[in-house]
Design a protein around this ligand. Structure first.
Ligand SMILES: CC(C)(COP(=O)(O)OP(=O)(O)OC[C@H]1O[C@@H](n2cnc3c(N)ncnc32)[C@H](O)[C@@H]1OP(=O)(O)O)[C@@H](O)C(=O)NCCC(=O)NCCS
Length: 182
């Protein structure tokens, strides 16, 4: 892997992917305080407080400084969602969410495509893990488009549901990613 410290700005079509900052906390709170979004996310606390947004942004800034996390604000005239890679140095994992008003326009497909290109081309990662809670077919459809394979199921804790849920575990190798591109 190529060490890169700090989150670059990626421009793709109608979107800019950029590092999030504390100026984004109001927007994050407004969009993520939505049960239709949070019900599918493992690590987002509920009820969601301002301090949760501030802590998340601080963690993203710290992770970027260490080169271990690349969280991108999806910006289309302001933040509309987040896509990112965590644990980049040990077990890279992709995660994302989009404000409900922007669903169904292909935005997350574009954003995930840009982050995967960054991960494999710029960082030189060899594989990325992800997954979905069972029933999240829109998210699974996005992952399949890029060649993610379903490798099993697990019980994964959800802060929102306050229990574990069945989770479809997925993984994308660089070679599967490349063969889906061609
Ligand atoms: C999942 C989420 C990121 C999708 O974002 P989006 O921008 O609407 O997604 P896109 O439009 O790029 O692509 C969605 C794909 O799923 C498909 N899809 C949508 N609903 C579907 C369903 N119920 N079953 C199967 N496929 C579905 C769409 O047709 C589209 O595929 P296509 O481009 O081939 O038509 C968004 O709904 C979201 O943030 N949900 C809540 C948080 C979340 O689930 N995060 C991911 C956790 S793993």
């Amino acid at each position: 892997m190529t060490a890169m410290v700090g989150t670059p700005t990626l421009t793709i079509g109608r979107l800019v992917l950029r590092a999030p900052g504390q100026n984004d906390t109001d927007r994050i709170m407004a969009l993520i305080r939505d049960e239709a979004v949070v019900q599918w996310l493992a690590r987002v606390p509920w009820p969601y407080r301002r301090s949760d947004a501030e802590t998340w942004v601080a963690g993203a800034v710290d992770g970027a400084a260490k080169g271990d996390e690349y969280a991108f604000a999806i910006d289309k005239g302001g933040l509309i969602g987040i896509v990112g890679l965590r644990d980049v140095r040990t077990a890279p994992e992709l995660g994302y969410w989009l404000g409900r008003a922007w669903w169904g326009q292909g935005i997350m497909t574009e954003a995930v495509g840009a982050v995967l290109a960054f991960a494999f081309d710029a960082l030189g990662l060899s594989r990325i893990s992800s997954g979905v809670f069972k029933g999240n077919d829109a998210s699974l459809a996005i992952q399949r488009k890029f060649g993610f394979m379903e490798i099993g199921e697990s019980d994964f804790p959800s802060l929102y549901h306050d229990r574990t849920l069945r989770h479809i575990d997925t993984r994308l190798s660089e070679s599967a990613y490349r063969s889906h591109q061609s």
